[in-house]
Write a protein that binds this ligand. Structure first.
Ligand code: HEC
Length: 149
């Protein structure tokens, strides 16, 4: 009985260690803000191309779309950290009180970015710009409900 109990607590500790790369809530906050910072830098450059303020380059655009598609997979686990609702964060409490609503928006964002990465890799400029417009709506939609300005 005692041995069994000990074993199960070892398993629990092991899974916890694997499940989260963050030692402190601040680490999780910094991680998710960094992911969004990288998303925004790439997205901003893409927007400049779409608006014609920078020369259109389908290859560069497709590469950035690939980057942000991957980056968009990263923030979720850094929100799913106890205590990361406090401190140097603009995350609204609604993220945790309405977790399904928040992760729903995140999932839609990820889907639209995967679509953008696919379409842009096929090389059609018009279709790429259209998919960019769809993806761009996600930023404001989520920030309005879940991020302090
Ligand atoms: C599903 C919700 C969601 C979507 C979609 C989303 N964001 Fe955010 N974003 C957040 C939240 C929440 C924060 C606040 C994170 C924090 O401070 O802990 C944030 C923070 C940021 C930040 C600030 C990072 C920092 O260093 O403080 C930038 C920039 C940003 N987002 C840009 C974007 C852009 C650009 C898009 C669209 C391409 C986007 N976000 C899409 C939820 C979202």
């Amino acid at each position: 009985m005692k041995v069994k109990l000990l074993l199960s607590s070892i398993v629990l500790v092991a899974t916890t260690a694997v499940a989260s790369p963050f030692e402190k809530p601040e680490d999780a906050i910094h991680y998710r803000q960094s992911a969004f910072t990288m998303i925004a830098a790439n997205f901003g450059d893409m927007a400049e191309m779409v608006k014609g303020r920078k020369d259109w380059n389908q290859d560069v655009f497709a590469q950035r779309a690939q980057y942000i598609s991957q980056l968009s997979l990263m923030p979720e686990e850094a929100f799913n950290v106890e205590g990361s609702d406090k401190g140097d964060t603009k995350a609204k409490p609604e993220i945790w009180s309405d977790w399904n609503g928040f992760t729903g928006k995140l999932t839609k964002f990820q889907g639209d970015l995967a679509q953008l990465a696919n379409v842009s890799s096929e090389g059609d400029e018009r279709a790429t710009k259209k998919a960019f417009g769809v993806a761009a709506k996600n930023c404001k939609s989520c920030h309005t409900d879940y991020k302090f300005r």
